[in-house]
Design a binder for this molecule. Structure first.
Ligand code: FDA
Length: 299
């Protein structure tokens, strides 16, 4: 991390919220469901699909977790009513995982049932390593009953290739990303090139096993590697999609869509944008660098 990046990350709590907000704005659709639906309608017109995320995580109170469940149900109803092309992404810590695992499972099941009734799909984001086992266990337990359910694997985790071996034999659906949290070297690969290598190894293993994959990256080296694998393994278009974050590299988005690939954009919204944005700034110097560049007027 450069001295400049380090200073910004450490000094972030001192930066006035409106200034952080200016930086964070490009990554967030807005405060309301309506703002997210408008952003998604634009993306759909461009040929992209979306996945909607309600900002807010690490919920410690049951009432707040239930409110989040209700908002996700409202989101699913609105997607159906408006006819926009979007599924949803949820964080277990926003649904009470830190309060009680059983309570969290009830909440997930409520969302899965509503999504199934409306013909939609739910993806659980993967959070830090302290939650990986619980998250994968929940995914395995619900997968048999809910086919409209997917999980995330992180290429920086040393366990990922073995987690792929444990996936359900039929109908697994995985988003593969590098991973955003700061983890110990004992459990996570640290080098940029090593994480890239594991991403491509994991992607090959997933595609070979017939798993539906959301290839979530803006790293052109990985996009190129993924395109090579798709070509070599003759993976049909309906077995994979690329995924990108709102506010990042719209040009690559358009290139992939023009190339005939399916592409989904992660669209977060909500008033709790501050922890989401600053967590990324603090936890990942790479993202901090991009945000600083954006703040200084870069792309
Ligand atoms: P990398 O960080 O190397 O970026 C490659 C290039 O993309 C950069 O050089 C830059 O040009 C551009 N770029 C990347 N991020 C940018 C930014 N913020 N602003 C501007 N430009 C940027 N992680 C996790 O742990 N759990 C999860 O559930 C998810 N979910 C998820 C969903 C989706 C759809 C995406 C795209 C990503 C995630 N992630 C995630 C985050 C992921 O793990 C990773 O941290 C980021 O995608 C950045 O990694 P890249 O592969 O893009 O490479």
């Amino acid at each position: 991390m450069s001295l400049f990046t380090w200073l910004v990350v450490k000094g972030l709590p001192l930066v006035p919220k409106p200034i952080v907000g200016r930086v964070a704005k490009r990554y967030v659709a807005g405060d309301t469901l309506e703002s997210a639906l408008a952003a998604i309608a634009d993306l759909n017109r461009e040929g992209a699909m979306a996945t909607m995320d309600l900002l807010g995580e690490e919920v410690q109170d049951r009432g707040k977790a239930i409110k989040n469940v209700e908002e996700y149900e409202r989101m699913l109803e609105a997607i159906a009513q408006r006819g926009v092309d979007s599924n949803i992404s949820v964080k277990l810590s926003a649904l009470g995982q830190k309060i009680d695992d059983g309570f969290c499972r009830e909440n997930v099941e409520r969302i899965l049932t509503t999504a199934r009734r409306l013909g939609n799909f739910v993806r659980i984001d993967m959070e830090d390593a302290s939650t990986t086992d619980l998250t994968l266990r929940l995914y395995h337990d619900f997968h048999a009953r809910y086919s409209n359910f997917g999980v995330v694997l992180q290429a920086y985790m040393r366990r990922t290739l073995s987690d792929i071996s444990q996936l359900p034999a039929v109908g697994a659906n995985v988003r593969l990303c590098k991973g955003i949290y700061i983890e110990k070297r004992t459990i996570a690969f640290k080098g940029h090139e090593t994480v890239r290598l594991n991403f491509l190894q994991a992607l090959e293993k997933l595609l070979t096993r017939g798993v539906y994959v959301g290839i979530a990256t803006h790293d052109e080296h990985l996009v190129c590697g993924a395109l090579g694998l798709i070509d070599r393994l003759k993976v049909p278009r309906e077995r994979y999609e690329f995924q990108m974050l709102l506010g990042v590299d719209a040009e690559m988005r358009r290139i992939l869509i023009a190339g005939g690939h399916r592409l989904r954009v992660y669209v977060p919204y909500g008033v709790d944008w501050y922890p989401y944005s600053t967590r990324r700034l603090r936890e990942n110097p790479e993202v901090a660098k991009h945000v600083i560049r954006a703040f200084l007027g870069g792309r």
